[in-house]
Ligand binder design. Structure first.
Ligand SMILES: Cc1ncc(COP(=O)(O)OP(=O)(O)O)c(N)n1
Ligand code: 3NM
Ligand code: MG
Length: 208
């Protein structure tokens, strides 16, 4: 299994956003530490997801960055992505592992230790853990779990924990101290005027 990057950029495909421009800014700064998770809106077509994933995978290649696909594992396979990410409404983790194969990166969403252990037993190679803080990017989430919620999961499993939800460079130190291996962000890179600078700040916080 390839080693996992610490900065996960989740594509922001909401109207008016330009996920490829954000990606182009982040790649030269984060290089192989960047993991790009292709996440499209629920009403996007498979063709739209495929087209975006193709472009992301191609952009990542020269930098040694990884491309993962959220939810739609057939798209991950179609673009030869490094793997995928699943949550409670997606294929079960064990099925996702079977679909992707033993060598793929497979992320699973976990919000507490019992679910986290079950996801790892079923084949997850990393966990997305959150929401750590309030986020405006996704609706319908439970209350934030904070660094202490991350710590509870990180102490329960032996795979990398990727903290997600309202993460900024300023919140990274507390999340790392709680056991997070890395972070996943949408808004911290998509909603800033200078995504290259924001990437540098996140990388500094993740690697110091
Ligand atoms: C790194 C990471 N963690 C959590 C999620 C959330 O996945 P899920 O719960 O399946 O929700 P959707 O993203 O599919 O709406 C994630 N995508 N990435
Ligand atoms: C896609 C997603 N999943 C979450 C979860 O907790 O499951 S939070 C989230 C959105 C993260 O966006 P931002 O960095 O802008 O807060
Ligand atoms: Mg999902």
């Amino acid at each position: 299994m390839p080693s996992l990057g610490r900065l996960h950029l989740i594509t922001d495909t909401r109207p008016g956003r330009d996920p490829l421009a954000v990606l182009r800014a982040a790649l030269p700064v984060a290089g192989a530490e960047l993991v790009v998770q292709v996440r499209v809106e629920d009403d996007a077509t498979d063709r739209e997801a495929y087209d975006l994933a193709c472009r992301v995978a191609e952009a990542c290649r020269p930098y040694g960055a990884s491309c993962l696909v959220n939810d739609r594992l057939h798209v991950a396979l179609a673009v030869d992505a490094a793997g995928g990410h699943v949550g409670a409404d997606d294929l079960p983790v064990a099925v996702a592992r079977r679909v992707l194969g033993p060598g793929a990166v497979l992320g699973a969403t976990a919000r507490e230790p019992v679910g986290a252990r079950a996801a790892v037993d079923a084949g997850a190679s990393y966990l997305g853990v959150g929401p750590c803080h309030v986020t405006t990017t996704k609706a319908g989430l439970p209350d934030p779990i904070g660094p202490e919620g991350v710590r509870a999961v990180a102490e329960a499993v032996g795979v990398p924990v990727i903290a997600i939800g309202g993460v900024t460079a300023a919140s990274v130190p507390a999340l790392r101290a709680a056991g997070a291996y890395g972070v996943a962000v949408v808004g911290a890179l998509s909603l800033t005027a200078d995504p290259a600078h924001a990437t540098a700040e996140l990388m500094r916080a993740l690697t110091c």
